[in-house]
Structures are given as structure tokens and as C-alpha cells.
Ligand binder design. Structure first.
Ligand code: ADP
Ligand code: ZN
Length: 435
């Protein structure tokens, strides 16, 4: 076996990995049983730690949900005394009240190791200049990438979110080579570069982007890569697991390796909660294997994805997750059809005349649920009204083929829709009367 791995654990055999997982699972259970919530949950199932005799017994364990975390807000999920916790983070609160996560010193070290491992995997080295455009503070994308890149030895630029002109100035002045950025902000930043007369391919040295924190399509990734002249790798994380670092694409750009020395991965049917076969889409359920302050058992992430069956040519043995379809909460049901924003993005990104920002509005009009898709025109947009009409027609037809209903498509001038300056993009406005 080659290989240039940051940590040899990336290439260990599946058997060894399973053994490691089982040992760590037992530790996780023992420590979770310090938490009243888990004591009760085990009792309700008539379960004790000794009932878990192999990894396959994981299905006997109780699930943990976002609501469980909210009900135990803020610190009731702690498995160690608060004096041994050194940091608290919270989720962005995209879909409701934020959830709170505690970390011990070892938790923070393990987290930084994961982020460093990911960056190393895609070719980042200590000679790189790493700029982080995530908000610092409670959002884990800031400090998470900061400590990971420092651990790897990069020169780090903690630029934080927003202020695009300053971001570009730092990129130029400091010779930034690697950037962590939310995909919707990457396309926005490319627009500001164009406005400022900066050609990223000539005037900047960026070669690698870590993009994540929100769902995006392959088409969006390609667009970002072309606009900025970089390789962009998908980064998945969530504050409940630590933050960024949970899963990351390797250079193959075909699925995200989820680090199974760090979590046990299950994909379940969100309704029956039964495991689905590899390759089938379901809800990602994760059990932490390395967390001291706040171990989580079978945490229902609400993120929908699937396992990519088969081995990865890179030689890493940890399984790969397919690009995320979105959260179960993102799913829109319109006229009985299930639709994800990502399906709409996929079609829109296929048009070079269009920009990257779009907004889906759902409304009840004369007792019918209707969808309007507003999308910004791009640099190559045309002013010819005839051409625009044809474009709208074509987009509408392609959207109908994809989502099975006919939306109203509106082309709007560049910069006219709200844009996410470093925060997660809001793609759907639901104004429907639900009753
Ligand atoms: P919040 O759930 O409030 O947004 P977090 O900041 O912890 O809080 O975000 C984690 C969530 O962000 C994940 O559960 C997932 O829905 C989304 N996410 C993170 N990375 C990706 C990615 N690469 N692709 C798709 N969705 C992602
Ligand atoms: Zn790989």
C-alpha cells in the first residue's frame, strides 16, 4: 500500500477498522451513560451496555434527535464535569433553535486532526497560505478550519465572513493558495472579483478550495472551479459531530470519505428508521467514537445522502458518502410532488447565461400552490427581449422535466436577489397558506 496519508488509519483494513470501532463504541456507551438522558433512554428499552456484543448490535441502541439536544439545552448532555469542558459551540440554527455542543481539550485536538487530515488529503501542505472566509465565533466553520489548518502548518489568514473587497485584497497581498468558503459565497466573490477587475486565474494564486456547509450540485462546483481556476472539494460537517472535518472529498472528487475511526455511519429510511442497503438514499445517522464531552449515540442528522458502494481508487478504506441531497426539512411538497432546491440548482447551473443566485418562492394563488423561480442573469446575459423569452421557455421546460411541475420562471438583473455574505444561502421562501 502507498500511501501519502496524513494518518495511517486512513488506509487500515475494514476488519481492523471494525475492531477499532467496536472498542471505541464501548467507550462511547460507557461515557454516554453518565448522561441522564441516555440513562433514561437505555432504561426505556431495557438495554444495558453489556447487550452490545458486536458492532451489528448498534441497531439496538436508541436514536438521538435534534429535539433531544434542544430539550437538554444547554449543558445537560455533558458526559464529563463542566470544569473539564473548554469550549461550547452551537449550530447555525438554520432550521430552528440552535443546538449546543461541548468540547474537552482532547475533543478539540481530535477535531483539528480531522480537518488537517482532510486538507492534507487534497494536497494542502505547510507551505500553503490558507484563508478562511467563514464566520468565527459560535459557527464551527471558523475555528474548526482555523485550528485544522494551523495543525497542518499552513500560514493561516482568519479573514472571517463578509467584506468581499478585503477578502480579495488579502488573497492578492498574502498570496493565498487555499480558501475555505461556502459555495454560494464563492460564486458571489467571483462576481466581486470581476467588478474589481481582478482575474483570479492571473492575479491570484488560489489553487484549492474547500467548499461546504450547504448543499450544492456538481454543476455549481464546476462553475466555481471554472470561475476561479481552482479545484474545489466538498467538505461536510455539522456542529453536533464537532464541525467541519466529518467527511471530505479526496482528489478523485467522487464522494466524501467519512472518517469511520471517528463515527459509525448508518443510513436509515427516515420513516421506518430501518437501515437501507448501500447505494440507497436515506437519512445519515452518526454515532461519535472519539468524543469525551458530549458523546452522541445514533444521532439523526436529517441530512439525506447515500453510501457510494465500492472501493475508492485513492486507497482510503473509509466509505464514501454521495453529494448531499439536502436536509429532510429542505424538501418542498408541491402538488403532492417532493422537490429539493438542489434539483432546481442543477438545471439553472446548466445555463451559462444565468448567474448563480436564485430564489424559490412558494405561494397559494387561487387555492393552488404555485412555485416561482427567480434567477439572476449572469455576465453573459442578454438584453434582447426575444432571446430572454426563449430562455425563460427553455428553462421552464427543463425544470418541468426535472421536478414534474411547471414553475413560473423570472429572470432578474444581477445582484437583485439577497446574497449570503459568508452565511448559508436561503433558497426557499414559503408563503403558502397551510390550512
Ligand atoms: P445548522 O444545522 O443550523 O445549519 P451547522 O452549522 O452545524 O448548523 O450545519 C450543519 C449542516 O449543514 C449539516 O447538517 C448539513 O445539513 C449542512 N451541510 C454541511 N456541509 C454540507 C455539505 N458539504 N453539503 C451539504 N450540506 C452540508
Ligand atoms: Zn478516495
Amino acid at each position: 500500500m502507498n500511501k501519502d496519508f496524513y494518518n495511517p488509519v486512513e488506509g487500515i483494513s475494514r476488519d481492523e477498522l471494525r475492531k477499532l470501532q467496536y472498542t471505541r463504541l464501548q467507550k462511547t456507551i460507557a461515557s454516554a451513560l453518565n448522561v441522564p438522558f441516555y440513562q433514561k433512554a437505555f432504561k426505556a428499552l431495557g438495554l444495558s451496555a453489556s447487550d452490545i456484543r458486536s458492532l451489528d448490535d448498534i441497531i439496538k441502541l436508541p436514536f438521538t434527535t435534534k429535539d433531544d439536544l434542544r430539550n437538554n439545552y444547554p449543558f445537560k448532555m455533558a458526559a464529563i464535569p463542566l470544569k473539564d469542558c473548554v469550549r461550547v459551540h452551537s449550530s447555525s440554527g438554520t432550521t430552528g433553535n440552535p443546538t449546543v455542543v461541548l468540547h474537552s481539550k482532547n475533543d478539540l485536538d481530535a477535531w483539528a486532526e480531522l480537518v488537517a487530515r482532510n486538507l492534507y488529503m487534497v494536497g494542502v501542505r505547510d507551505t500553503d497560505v490558507f484563508q478562511n472566509t467563514s464566520g468565527y465565533g459560535m459557527f464551527t466553520g471558523g475555528l474548526g478550519f482555523q485550528y485544522g489548518a494551523e495543525k497542518l502548518g499552513c500560514l493561516t489568514v482568519p479573514a472571517a465572513a463578509g467584506n468581499s473587497k478585503r477578502q480579495i485584497k488579502f488573497m492578492k497581498d498574502f498570496g493565498t493558495t487555499v480558501v475555505h468558503i461556502i459555495p454560494s459565497y464563492a460564486t458571489r466573490l467571483a462576481e466581486v472579483m470581476a467588478e474589481e477587475g481582478v482575474d483570479p486565474k492571473k492575479d491570484l494564486k488560489i489553487r484549492i478550495l474547500a467548499i461546504g456547509a450547504e448543499p450544492h450540485t456538481e454543476e455549481q462546483r464546476k462553475r466555481i472551479e471554472e470561475l476561479l481556476g481552482v479545484k474545489a472539494y466538498n467538505s461536510f460537517g455539522m456542529s453536533e459531530m464537532c464541525g467541519p472535518g466529518v467527511a471530505f472529498e479526496c482528489k478523485e472528487q467522487n464522494g466524501l470519505h467519512i472518517w469511520e475511526d471517528n463515527v459509525i455511519v448508518e443510513i436509515v429510511n427516515p420513516v421506518t428508521l430501518q437501515p437501507v442497503p448501500d447505494g440507497e438514499i436515506g437519512e445519515l445517522v452518526l454515532t461519535t467514537l472519539n468524543r469525551e464531552a458530549m458523546p452522541l449515540i445514533r444521532y439523526r442528522t436529517r441530512d439525506l445522502t447515500r453510501i457510494i458502494p465500492g472501493d475508492c481508487p485513492c486507497g482510503r478504506t473509509h466509505r464514501r458518502l454521495a453529494r448531499f441531497q439536502g436536509r429532510s426539512d429542505d424538501m418542498m411538497i408541491l402538488k403532492g410532488v417532493n422537490i429539493f432546491p438542489i434539483q432546481i440548482e442543477k438545471i439553472l447551473m446548466g445555463y451559462k447565461e444565468l448567474g448563480s443566485n436564485f430564489l424559490i418562492t412558494l405561494e397559494t394563488i387561487s387555492n393552488n400552490d404555485e412555485m416561482t423561480v427567480e434567477v439572476e442573469l449572469g455576465e453573459l446575459g442578454t438584453d434582447n427581449v426575444g432571446d430572454l423569452k426563449d430562455l425563460v421557455k427553455d428553462i421552464t421546460r427543463k425544470l418541468k422535466d426535472e421536478i414534474l411541475i411547471t414553475p413560473k420562471v423570472k429572470l432578474v438583473p444581477k445582484g437583485s436577489l439577497p446574497s449570503a455574505e459568508g452565511g448559508k444561502a436561503v433558497r426557499v421562501k414559503d408563503l403558502r397558506k397551510l390550512f
